[in-house]
Design a binder for this molecule. Structure first.
Ligand SMILES: [Zn+2]
Ligand SMILES: [Zn+2]
Length: 392
């Protein structure tokens, strides 16, 4: 069980040590066995009910104090497959080729700190689920937890997520309604013609000519089809056909692939339709076949208005009115918190990590979570729970 009750600010130093220990021992998505064990032990020591192994290494801690709403708070636990190059950081990664370059070590420490503080002062009515998800960095950890019955095993009325943000001052927070992070999908088109002699193109069906028309027409999706006030990106990023050792041969096939991003579900659907429509139309005009595959990877993170207002109110109480921004530029990165926010109303906020040290931003080999952000992060989480689960 936990040690004796202390005043709220007395419990930070061990969390800083824990955060640095996680930083020194990074684990990639679905391999967070050590981190998951630390999280489970910490929660259990606080007297919090623990369910582990949800979606692989995922953990849910549940603290319930009678009747009331039920909310979920998310921290991600995974690191990235990249080397850490900081020369003199005592808590530098001890694992070659792996590092916490996105600050998920800080997210885990902050949510544990909030869980401990709430376990010591249970002055709220309802249930809070502390969700520690695996594999946020493009490996599908949120989806794995959902597929493993997260929403069937736990009643959740609203879901909240938090991410550290370099460039935003420590002790500050941004909570913005609407789109926060873009969807991120892949697409692949294969034009199937009929190869022939390069000097006798009329005897075959040239897929390269079709691919050229396709590449230029692709640009009209964003410029002519998507509403001009809606951000969207359609990029062709790979092209493969033919052989530079056989420049007198028109090949049978051409493959074109790329990425697509949007900030709304409707624009995402539209882009998926339009790429296929253009590919099929151009194939038909050239008398060839085409295959089209659109691979949905990450939905956009879109903050629900009411949940955002609740997060904003809690942040203002916890950090001060002048420390909370309600406008902040959206990012074209992605976060699979979106998978949770598709199921129930949710909000995803940015917590200040202070100035970018040496210009190091997220996913930089010198990035580090700022330990001074732990206390403000805990204050936000605990105040959000108190306001959401207010005793009547
Ligand atoms: Zn990241
Ligand atoms: Zn991240």
């Amino acid at each position: 069980m936990s040690e004796s009750i202390t005043t709220p600010n007395d419990d930070i130093s061990d969390l800083v040590a824990l955060r640095r220990d996680l930083h020194a021992n990074p684990e990639l998505g679905f391999e967070e066995h050590r981190t998951s064990a630390i999280v489970q032990r910490f929660l259990a020591d606080c007297g919090i009910a623990v369910q582990a192994g949800i979606g692989g290494t995922g953990v849910v801690g549940t603290l319930s104090t009678g009747d009331g709403p039920s909310i979920a708070l998310r921290a991600d636990m995974d690191a990235l497959a990249m080397p850490e190059t900081s020369p003199d950081r005592p808590w530098k990664s001890m694992v070659p080729g792996k590092m916490h370059a996105c600050g998920h070590d800080g997210h885990t420490a902050m949510l544990l700190g909030a869980a401990r503080r709430l376990s010591r002062d249970r002055s709220f009515a309802g249930t809070v689920h502390f969700v520690f998800q695996p594999a946020e960095e493009g490996r599908g950890g949120a989806q794995a937890m959902v597929d493993d019955g997260l929403f069937e095993r736990f009643a959740i009325d609203r879901f909240y997520g938090l991410h550290n943000m370099p460039g935003l001052e420590v002790g500050h927070l941004a909570a913005v309604a609407g789109p926060q992070l873009a969807s991120s999908d892949r697409w692949l088109v294969t034009f199937r013609g009929e190869g022939t002699h390069g000097g006798k193109p009329h005897l075959g069906r040239d897929p390269l000519a079709a691919a050229g028309q396709f590449l230029s027409s692709l640009q009209t999706i964003v410029s002519r089809r998507v509403d001009p006030v809606e951000p969207a990106v359609v990029s062709a990023c790979a092209l493969s056909a033919g052989d530079f050792d056989a420049l007198n041969v028109i090949p049978d096939d051409v493959r074109v692939g790329g990425t697509a991003r949007a900030y709304s579900y409707a624009v995402r659907d539209q882009i998926e339709d339009e790429i296929g429509r253009i590919a099929r139309g151009i194939a038909a005009a050239n008398g060839i076949e085409c295959d089209y595959v659109y691979m949905r990877q990450m939905p956009p993170v879109i903050n629900e208005r009411d949940a955002t207002m609740r997060a904003t109110a809690a942040a203002r109480t916890a950090l001060g009115k002048d420390k909370v921004a309600t406008e902040f530029p959206p990012s074209t990165a992605g976060d699979d918190f979106a998978v949770f926010a598709l199921r129930v109303p949710g909000a995803y906020v940015w917590l200040g990590n202070g100035p970018a040290q040496d210009g190091a931003l997220h996913h930089n080999t010198r990035y580090d979570f700022n330990d001074d952000a732990i206390e403000p992060g805990i204050r936000f989480w605990t105040e959000l729970v108190r306001q959401e689960l207010r005793t009547r």
